[in-house]
Design a protein around this ligand. Structure first.
Ligand code: AP5
Length: 208
């Protein structure tokens, strides 16, 4: 099955995708993680993307579509778990030409929760595991691989507000796009991770 996880910044896309990938053996494709790897490598794409990401803006569609199509051409053949892609209607149309989407799950969350979660997020630069200072008890070590946790460059309150603006302008319209295709389901992501994942499994089990 091919699954899209939609949602505002900090809605819990990465957190839930780690659980979904494990349970359903899907290929997790996160355009955010891919871009951060390009930036860390200093590749030409990374150098072009860095300024947009740090300003809380979307990276232009042509760069993203080119990057994702290259990724699909080296696909493992497993079902896809798309996290952070598509993020514009143009990206969704490019995806439609390549992949049959089976379900779209929108993680619904308030702006206030987004800001609180994102400013407390820490992540592992080695394995991309996601944490929050609320549950770290002062630790700065990744429990999965031992890496030193970092705060993302775009996780400041000011940048998060810009990212929310980009979300409402360009990504929220995808809710109507997928609703019209009968593919959209909404999960309340204000709940804890456990409840949210239980609700996601209820949606995925019948098509897994
Ligand atoms: P990306 O990395 O995709 O960022 P994002 O969409 O803003 O989403 P986040 O990664 O910030 O949040 P998330 O929903 O994954 O939440 P998480 O699970 O980490 O993209 C970064 C940038 O790259 C973009 O701004 C853009 O510039 C560019 N980009 C990427 N894709 C693009 C595309 N397709 N087109 C154009 N540009 C693109 O959770 C957040 C925190 O909350 C964590 O600390 C977590 O522990 C905690 N948490 C999560 N769920 C819960 C819960 N239920 N209860 C309590 N805490 C929770």
């Amino acid at each position: 099955m091919n699954v899209i996880i939609l949602g505002a910044p900090g809605a819990g896309k990465g957190t839930h995708c780690a659980l979904i990938r494990e349970k359903y053996n899907l290929e997790h494709v996160s355009t955010g993680d891919m871009l951060r790897a390009e930036v860390a490598e200093g590749s030409p794409l990374g150098m072009q993307a860095k300024g947009y990401m740090e300003a809380g803006k979307l990276v232009p569609d042509d760069l993203i579509i080119d990057m994702i199509m290259k990724k699909f051409s080296h696909s493992t053949g497993k079902g896809l778990l798309l996290d952070g892609f598509p993020r514009t209607v143009a990206q969704a149309k490019a995806l439609d030409e390549k992949v049959k989407v089976d379900i779209v799950i929108d993680l619904a969350v308030s702006d206030a929760t987004v800001i609180q979660r994102i400013t407390g997020r820490r992540m592992c630069p080695n394995c991309n595991a996601i944490y929050n200072t609320r549950y770290l008890n002062g630790s700065d070590t990744c429990s999965a691989c031992g890496g030193k946790l970092v705060q993302r460059a775009d996780d400041t309150e000011e940048t998060v507000k810009k990212r929310l603006e980009s979300y409402y302008a360009y990504t929220e319209p995808l809710i109507a796009y997928y609703k019209a295709q009968g593919l959209l389901h909404t999960v309340d992501s204000e709940t804890g991770v456990e409840q949210g994942f239980a609700d996601i499994q209820t949606l995925l089990e019948p098509i897994a």
